[in-house]
Ligand binder design. Structure first.
Ligand SMILES: [Zn+2]
Length: 435
């Protein structure tokens, strides 16, 4: 039986992933967990998301096959089984009873949803929810089709993520090890020693987004006071566990769980022609730069590209820090491929990463052309109109002048926003051999 849960937390507190800890503790005597619990991030551009727009799924049953340790909860190891021997049935009301007290229902943007199902919803539900805006009626129809039980609160929007997280088939995936504080410490101050994070960053090449060395920012610790003390992201489960042992924190975590996740997969990105780009989606578009990057109020930088089908503005916003220096060095004529989320009115692509495919030659004129007949320096007729010899009237074009090529500050290749500005779904360049 799959259990999907979404939209229970708020900007200021809790974390939906903690409910997996609660459920494992509550039902450990009657059910095993089959496979890793899953943390599924959904469309980062939906206007009403709470924090990271992440939903969780776990599969309960009687386990068989091999088992691996995926965490511990207050001293007790937690094992996941590779196979399902027998299904179990748990009533949706019992699930609600176990987790309800953690719902942040006072937050106007928190609309919890819980789905229980023996069957998986169609995979298209996942792709819709990670790339588009989903209609709740479509979700209700799908839940009816697969005979799922569900429970939702307030406007029920949480049903979308709960259903989509069960619908995810991991084609690309990474892992996140989440370390939790005991309930008594949720509102305490916490510190993580920076040197321990630096050591992890240095030692484990399969981890990513741990530390931002350009901005001296420890990226494993959430900014708000939630049950999560830290999260380690990576592609290798053993390395995550080894790295956890090196994290030096006060207080110490009392539990941890490893989630399989769609973070760092670029699953949200759709390759598009500029003319078909819509608001709230995330796109990969290719084009020629047609306007010089300009700095606008707030330190954001905007330029436009065109691919023949249309033109669109691309932006590196202030929180992307040093990345803006790359964008500033772009000039009209450069050919680029941009990955990013689309904001509406006017449509603007919020750049997550960029590939400079071809750099335009940047040059300045140093001398007017000399007349081919009498050898005198010619004079300009007007901007971009060419040259004329004052003595004999011979004409020459712009390209006959003498130019000097200027060095470019950027190279052809990939650039990405720093770790501190990275979106959960965005694939870091260090993982991008397969793009
Ligand atoms: Zn002449």
């Amino acid at each position: 039986m799959y259990i999907g849960i979404d939209d229970t937390d708020s900007r200021s507190g809790m974390c939906t992933t903690y409910l997996v800890v609660v459920l494992l503790r509550e039902f450990q005597d009657i059910a095993d967990i089959i496979g890793f619990p899953r943390l599924v991030r959904l469309n980062p551009n939906v206007p009403w998301k709470t924090r990271g727009n992440g939903a969780v799924t776990l599969r309960f049953g009687i386990g068989a096959g091999s088992r691996i340790q995926i965490g511990h909860i207050e001293g007790e190891p937690v094992y996941a089984y590779s196979k399902l021997k027998k299904t179990v049935c748990i009533d949706v009301e019992d699930i609600v009873k176990a987790v309800e007290r953690y719902f942040q229902l006072n937050d106007p943007n928190t609309n919890p949803g819980i789905v229980l199902s023996h069957k998986k919803p169609g995979e298209r539900i996942y792709w819709m929810a990670v790339r588009d805006i989903v209609n709740i009626e479509d979700i209700r129809d799908e839940l009816k089709r697969i005979n799922a039980r569900h429970k939702c609160f307030k406007d029920c929007r949480g049903l979308i993520g709960a259903t989509a997280s069960i619908a995810w088939r991991p084609r690309k995936y990474t892992y996140e090890l989440l370390a939790y504080l005991p309930e008594s410490e949720w509102s305490s101050e916490r510190t993580i020693s920076k040197s321990s994070v630096l050591k992890i960053n240095e030692k484990f090449k399969t981890l990513f987004d741990t530390y931002d060395n350009m901005n001296d920012y420890v990226a494993i610790m959430p900014r708000s006071k939630t049950p999560v003390l830290y999260g380690l992201r990576g592609t290798n489960v053993d390395d995550l566990r080894r790295a956890m042992k090196l994290v030096d924190s006060i207080p110490q975590p009392s539990s941890y769980l490893i989630f399989k996740t769609n973070q760092a997969t670029d699953d949200h990105i759709v390759k598009k022609k500029i003319s078909s780009v819509k608001a709230y989606e995330s796109v990969r578009i290719k084009g020629t730069v047609i306007s010089k990057p300009k700095v606008i109020e707030g330190g954001h930088i905007i330029f436009s590209i065109s691919d023949g089908s249309g033109m669109i503005e691309c932006a590196a916003y202030e929180p992307t820090k040093q990345f803006r220096n790359i964008i500033k060095a772009i000039i009209p004529g450069d050919v680029v491929e941009v990955f990013g989320g689309v904001r509406g009115e006017p449509l603007t692509v919020n750049i997550e990463k960029i590939r400079i495919i071809k750099l335009e030659e940047m040059r300045v004129k140093i001398k007017n052309p000399a007349c081919p007949i009498c050898g005198k320096s010619m004079e300009s007729i007007g901007k971009n109109k060419g040259y004329r010899c004052r003595k004999c009237g011979t004409r020459a074009s712009e390209k006959d002048a003498e130019y000097r090529t200027l060095p470019r500050e950027i190279h052809e290749g990939w650039y990405e926003v720093p770790v501190c500005a990275r979106r959960h779904l965005s694939r870091p360049l260090k993982l991008i051999a397969d793009i």
